[in-house]
Design a protein around this ligand. Structure first.
Ligand code: S3P
Length: 436
C-alpha cells in the first residue's frame, strides 16, 4: 500500500524570516533519563525532548521501576534507583523507532540481574544490532538477536568484565553501549573508534561524578563507582536546527535566528560543509550551558556551490545528510559525498531514499555504495516518500522553500520521534507547508 501524502509544501515565495526555537537535543535527552535513573538521588531535567523516541526511553525506565515525574512539558524529575536498583520488567521493553534507545539500553541491561527483551517498530527491527551485541558478548554479556536484528533477548545475572574494544564503526551508540556496560564490569573498559563521535555519554558520566578519561576517538573507565544525581539543562537539537539552517541558506533574502542551539563540535559538521559551499551562518552569543557549548545561529540566504564533503566531517554530520543533500541540489555544480555508508542503516536507507526523492523533483543524482554525486539544478513539483524517516520528511519540507509549485511528502508521522510540532514551527518562519 502506498503511504498517503501527509504534507504539502506551498509554492516558494517569500524569504524565511524570524526566530526559531527547535526542541531539545535527542541524544542528550536519552542519556539524561538513563544516567539519572541509575544515579543516587533525584535529578531534574529541563529542555527534555518530548519526542516519541525519548519518551520511549522514559517509559522503559518506568517499566524498570524508576519513578519519573513530568511536572510540565520538557521537564522531568527522575528518582534514581542507583546502579543496582532496576527491577525486572513485567513485559517486553518497546524502543519504538529509536536505535539510540535500543543500543544504549543493551549496554545497561547486559549488566542487570534479570532477563528482559527489547523490541522496536518495523524500521528499528531492520537495523543491525551485532555492532552492540558482539562487544557486549566479549564483556561476558548474553544477548541474542534474530539473525543480527531486533528483538534483543538479554539474559541477566552475568558477571561482566572490562575489554579494550576497537570499534570498526564510528558510532556513538556502540561506544556508549560498551561504556554503559563498563559501569557494571570488573576492571577497565576502553573504547577506540575510527573517527571521533559525539561524546555526550562521557561528558554526562563525568558530570555525575563517574571517573572517565576521554579524548577524541577514545574513552576509558572502570567499574565500581557511583553516579550522583545532577540537574541537566538540555540545549536545542542541532540536528533539528539543520533543516532551518538549510532552508534559510537556499532562499535569497532569508534571515533566520535559531536560539540556544547545542554546538558540540562532534555535531556541527554540517556548518563546516555549508560554509565551504558558501553559506552565511554565524554563531552569536556563544556560551556554555550544562557543560555544553551553546549559541544562537543567524543564517542568511546565500549562493551555494557544490563541494566534495570532507570525509573527516562525515561522523560529525551523520544525521544531517538528508538536509545536506537538499543544499547540494540547490547549489551550483557538483557535490560529492563519500565515506558515509552508515547512512544506509539509519531509520531508512538515507542514500537510496534521498536519491529517489530528489530524482522525482528533477535532480540528477547518482548513488554510490557509501555516498552520492549530486548535480545542483532547479527542482520542480513532485511527490516524494519519506519512508517513515523523520529526517527525510523534514529535509523535503526544506526543499519546498525553493520549489515554485508544491511537493507532496508521504509517510511523515515519525517526525514526532524527534521534532513534534515541526509543521507549526516551520510555518511561523515562512517555511510554509500544510498537512494534507
Ligand atoms: C546517536 C548516534 C548516531 C546518530 C543517532 C543518535 C546517539 O548514531 O545517528 O541519531 O545519540 O548516540 P550511530 O551511533 O549509529 O552513528
Amino acid at each position: 500500500m502506498t503511504p498517503r501524502v501527509d504534507w504539502v509544501t506551498t509554492p516558494a515565495g517569500a524569504p524565511l524570516r524570524g526566530e526559531v526555537v527547535v526542541p531539545g537535543d535527542k541524544s542528550i535527552s536519552h542519556r539524561a533519563i538513563m544516567l539519572s535513573a541509575l544515579a543516587e538521588g533525584t535529578s531534574r531535567i529541563t529542555g527534555f525532548l518530548e519526542g516519541a523516541d525519548t519518551r520511549a526511553t522514559a517509559r522503559i525506565f518506568s517499566q524498570l521501576g524508576v519513578h519519573i515525574e513530568a511536572p510540565s512539558a520538557g521537564e522531568r524529575s527522575v528518582h534514581g534507583v542507583g546502579l543496582h536498583g532496576l527491577r525486572r520488567p513485567a513485559g517486553a521493553l518497546d524502543c519504538g523507532n529509536s536505535g539510540t534507545a535500543m543500543r544504549l539500553l543493551a549496554g545497561v541491561l547486559a549488566g542487570q540481574a534479570f532477563d528482559c527483551v527489547l523490541t522496536g517498530d518495523a524500521s528499528l527491527s531492520q537495523r543491525p544490532m551485532r555492532r552492540v551485541t558482539d562487544p557486549l558478548a566479549m564483556m561476558g554479556g548474553s544477548l541474542d538477536t534474530a539473525g543480527g536484528l531486533p528483538p534483543l533477548r538479554i539474559r541477566g545475572g552475568r558477571r561482566l568484565h572490562g575489554v579494550h574494544y576497537a570499534s570498526p564503526v564510528a558510532s556513538a551508540q556502540v561506544k556508549s553501549a560498551v561504556l554503559l556496560a563498563g559501569l557494571y564490569a570488573q576492571g577497565e573498559t576502553l573504547v577506540t573508534e575510527p573517527h571521533p563521535t559525539r561524546d555526550y555519554t562521557e561528558r554526562m558520566l563525568a558530570a555525575c561524578g563517574w571517573p572517565v578519561a576521554f579524548e577524541a576517538g577514545r574513552a576509558r573507565l572502570t567499574g565500581g563507582h557511583v553516579l550522583h544525581a545532577i540537574d541537566i539543562d538540555v540545549p536545542a537539537d542541532f540536528s533539528s536546527a539543520a533543516f532551518f539552517i538549510v532552508a534559510a541558506s537556499i532562499v535569497a533574502g532569508s534571515e533566520v535566528r535559531l536560539r540556544n542551539v547545542g554546538m558540540n563540535p562532534r555535531r556541527t559538521g554540517l556548518l563546516h560543509a555549508l560554509r565551504l559551499m558558501g553559506a552565511d551562518a554565524v554563531e552569536e552569543n556563544l556560551r556554555e550551558a550544562g557543560g555544553e557549548p551553546v549559541a544562537d545561529l543567524v543564517v542568511h540566504g546565500a549562493r551555494l556551490r557544490g563541494i566534495e564533503v570532507p570525509v573527516e566531517h562525515v561522523a560529525d554530520m551523520i544525521d544531517e545528510f538528508p538536509a545536506l543533500f537538499v543544499a547540494a541540489a540547490c547549489a551550483e555544480g557538483t557535490t560529492t559525498v563519500r565515506g558515509a555508508a552508515e547512512l544506509r542503516v539509519k531509520e531508512s536507507d538515507r542514500i537510496a531514499v534521498m536519491a529517489t526523492g530528489l530524482r522525482a523533483l528533477g535532480i540528477d543524482i547518482e548513488e554510490t555504495p557509501d555516498g552520492a554525486v549530486i548535480q545542483g539544478g532547479p527542482m520542480h513539483a513532485g511527490v516524494v516518500d519519506a519512508h517513515g524517516d523523520h529526517r527525510i520528511a523534514m529535509a523535503f519540507a526544506a526543499a519546498g522553500a525553493v520549489v515554485p509549485d508544491a511537493i507532496g511528502i508521504r509517510d511523515c508521522a515519525n517526525v514526532a520521534t524527534s521534532f513534534p510540532g515541526f509543521a507549526s514551527v516551520a510555518n511561523a518562519c515562512g517555511l510554509a507547508l500544510h498537512e494534507a
